[in-house]
Design a protein around this ligand. Structure first.
Ligand SMILES: [Zn+2]
Length: 68
């Protein structure tokens, strides 16, 4: 049981992929882009995972199973 899920952050410019605790993802991405890419949005959460997370979050919030 891991308390903190790790999220892969990829940077196409640096060619890196780093696993970051979910709680630190936003900070990590922002810092990386500020330090290495003059604040451009180069590094980002793995797009494949973003889709999965969106589904998970939607499910978690009951959006998928809710009757309109
Ligand atoms: Zn980078």
């Amino acid at each position: 049981m891991s308390e903190e899920p790790l999220v892969p952050v990829v940077c196409s410019a640096c060619g890196t992929e780093t696993d970051v605790p979910l709680a630190e993802v936003a900070d990590t991405v922002e810092r990386h882009n500020e330090r290495l890419h003059d604040g451009e949005d180069v590094a980002e959460v793995d797009p494949e995972l973003t889709d999965q997370l969106a589904d998970l979050v939607a499910e978690d919030m009951g959006l998928l199973g809710e009757d309109a």
